[in-house]
Design a protein around this ligand. Structure first.
Ligand SMILES: *[C@@H]1O[C@H](CO)[C@@H](O)[C@H](O)[C@H]1NC(C)=O
Ligand SMILES: *[C@@H]1O[C@H](CO)[C@@H](O)[C@H](O)[C@H]1NC(C)=O
Ligand SMILES: *[C@@H]1O[C@H](CO)[C@@H](O)[C@H](O)[C@H]1NC(C)=O
Length: 125
């Protein structure tokens, strides 16, 4: 019971924080999920949901690697043809074959509102 109340409270706080966060890109990634394993050289479909109906474009998707407090940008923008409309809800990424394998990769969406949203950590092998 105590756990449930604490969880509920935590959920309420994070929901409120999320809704008021002006630095969010207006999207929430749905794929890759946490700890997904994707293969170098293959095509992978990145997916997101719209969390802010006023969001229009994703201007860049950065490939990042490291620990949450100190992520390095490995590829500044994986978008081959520039901005994609938020309403596309997905993007087919050809994962470069030359990337260093690792389980500490994440993607950062940069909205045209300059806000950012992150995927969870996933693995490139
Ligand atoms: C980028 O544009 C080229 C030329 O129109 C197209 O062949 C390619 O599929 C596009 N790439 C992506 C990831 O949309
Ligand atoms: C992305 O890849 C999927 C599966 O191969 C394909 O059905 C879809 O048409 C592709 N989307 C784009 C925008 O190329
Ligand atoms: C985002 O893109 C839309 C459509 O091009 C544009 O109207 C809007 O001004 C842009 N927002 C920002 C903050 O650049």
């Amino acid at each position: 019971m105590k756990f449930t109340l604490v969880s509920l409270l935590a959920l309420c706080i994070s929901t409120v924080t999320f809704a008021q966060n002006p630095t969010d890109a207006g999207v929430a990634s749905t794929s890759p999920p946490l700890a997904a394993v994707v293969s170098r050289g293959s095509e992978y479909t990145i997916r997101w949901a719209v969390t802010d109906q006023t969001a229009t474009f994703i201007d860049a998707i950065n490939l990042m690697k490291g620990v949450a407090t100190a992520l390095d940008i490995i590829i500044p923008n994986i978008l081959a043809n520039g901005s994609v409309p938020v309403s596309d809800l997905s993007y087919n990424w050809t994962i470069p074959a030359e990337l260093t394998p690792g389980a500490d990769y994440a993607l950062r969406f940069v909205g045209n509102n300059s806000g950012t949203s992150y995927t969870p950590f996933f693995s490139i092998q």
